[in-house]
Design a protein around this ligand. Sequence first.
Ligand code: H2P
Length: 808
Amino acid sequence: MNRIFESKEEFKELYLSSVTSLSGKPFEMTSDFDRFQALVKLVASKARSVQTETEKRVHDTGQKRVYYFSIEFLIGRLLDNYLINFGVRDLVAEALKEMGSNLETLEEYEPDPALGNGGLGRLAACFLDSMAHEGIAGYGNGMRYRYGLFKQEIVNGAQHETTDDWLVHGYPWEVRRQDKAVRIGFGGHVVGTEENGRMRYHTEGTDDVLAVPYDIPVVGYGGNTVNKLRVWSAEPVEEEFDLDAFNAGDYAKAQAHRAEAEAISAILYPNDAGEHGRLLRLKQEYLFVAAGINSVLDTFRKEHGSDWKLLPQYVAIHTNDTHPAMCGPELMRVLVDEENLEWDEAWDITTKTISYTNHTILPEALEKWPISTFSKLLPRVYQIIDEISRRYNAAFDRSQDGWQDRLRQTAILWDGEVRMANLSVICSHSVNGVAKLHTDILERETLKDFYALTPQKFNNKTNGISPRRFLAEANPSYAKLITEAIGTGWLDDAAELSKLEAFEGDPAFLERVGASKHENKVRLANYVRRECGLAIDPNSIFDVQVKRFHAYKRQLLNIFKVMDIYNRRIADPNFRVAPTTFIFSGKAASSYTFAKETIRLINSVANVVNNDPRVNEVMKVCFIPNFRVSNAQLIYPAAEISEQISTAGMEASGTSNMKLMMNGAITLGTMDGANIEIVNLAGAENEKIFGLTAPEVDELRASGMHFAWDMYNADPDRLGRVIDELTDDTFAALSGNFESIYNELMNGNDHDLVMKDFASYVQAWEELTQGYSDRMDWNRRALHNTACSGWFSSDRTIREYRDEIWGA
Ligand code: H2P
């Protein structure tokens, strides 16, 4: 362990000087905010010294550099994490206490940057953590959004979005690197000139903006490697402040030029319902790709000059989903237009350097752009894509039956659109899915034509999570217990968690597992009281579903279960229910009506259930607003049931399933995504599986059978009742009833099979919760889940990427 402070005394001395020199006040007169800032500055400067050593090591040994391009990085708060990774958390906490401060209080001042949306962005952050832990020279490349995704408030039960001004107090971890800014051109027209018998192209008349990088240190556990995350901010190239307009009182016009440029990095996922939003999104994608490629090549040039054929040996560029799909054409553009390489050579280099991860099979998430928009905004990049496409089509093997269909399926340009997923596959030497089932589905269905052409490109990399972030940091009481039992080795190698199996028969230990869970439930209950003004009982079962809202994730199925249990309890006060708190959290995309209506339904049910004394002994419903990494870290450790109930075949992997498992929750889920791997590792008897399987879902959908009304009619007392309650006034008091959900189900024929899985789901829940009264056995299953969760460490995932994709 490379500790940044040898002793409390050393820390105190450095810290005191950091606080006073930053605030200009004697320590006693400084505020908690001053103290927080100074602490981060101190840790960040220590991190940067290690970064310098890392950089030297990478340079001297000629280590391959891996660049992870992602439009999202959901990094969460860093301070506590970095103190743990540098092995000084306890030392710092004690020293601060002796100085009359409190680490946890200071940590509350750190913003939680919402530079991401869900699993995809958090995965990218866990990967940075693991790359640094594994000693890989791995760098994140993304966007620095001025505002986070959005702040979610619940008003009359409904989601209300407000601006998340996360930078308002500044961000002490970042360093602005104006000297590394890159000029990015949009629009204009392509000009070709002949040079030594060969055409060379450049673009004239572009509208330029400046991409300015901000670097954030990434500290690996053990303290030996510090990498960096580089995020780009869009700004005007030159200040064109319109003084005349200003003096005439038109302040908006005076600043219009700046505002236009800054809009590109203002928010993540601008509402793409309209043309403006779509254009902005495309600009974002090009900006972080082009600026990123520029800085990758800059570093390469410094180390290896213009020996471009060495690029794949020293550099790997990984594209996280389709948002960075322009990496291929942009790299081609630089190599061909600027570095004057022949097309074939450039293409060979490009495809050996780039790799691609697919994260979803949802057709709406596989990006497509109208050629008209694309070619106007990025004329030269478009030409290159057109040329890649022309050569792909020309070289296509036409000797096999059905080649026309295969070519149509794999084409980059089709029907007036640029298909980014196909572009990503064609530009990459490796294509992976994120769980076994997902990769199978990619090979068999979504990308089956590519798989038939180039099976060697395809591979699976089941997702993972950081055990430092989601166990050590999020769950200190459990982490302490684990360390007492098996030592600290699990922080380095989470496979060591399997040593906990030896304690599964130890009643005293299981008692302590339960006590730690209880402590975490009390901690969450306190948070819920503060944030929602709701009292929840830490002695009830904490049943948790936390994730982005989406129809296929089926939060609707979960709340149907709650409605059903409520109805049955009201009808029959002797109906036995294990006392449970149903906890939900997550955001819905601002233009996604169905998801927002589901949130409103959950809150409307909560409003009724929580105020009904007839059921309050046994149930409460709790929607925790504004789900983000920081409150997720309070929720996972308190969970006892992990709801992973997506329609089978739809959830690529899921990662909250892994976080909850590691924290000792039992999975109540479908055979989907990584749930399947959870069951394989921990045994079906330690989880609770229900519902249709992926092949059954396929079959049912393919049959085109209409079943919604039959199901409704067949079960009037329970399912039928729940459906009726969408449109009567049972849950309508807060802000009306739920016609649109009703229509979606009954007239849309239950696309996500909520009604189909309802009965088996509620039954599974009842069976599972009946087991809660045997607390010893429950705790044993919880511990068993933790013991089997080590394989889901993102360290394991990253080692697989390193060995099988990046060759780093
Ligand atoms: C997505 C997938 C998840 C997957 C995650 C990371 C896009 O995340 O849907 O199944 O685990 O990527 O690979 P999410 O739905 O959480 O936004």
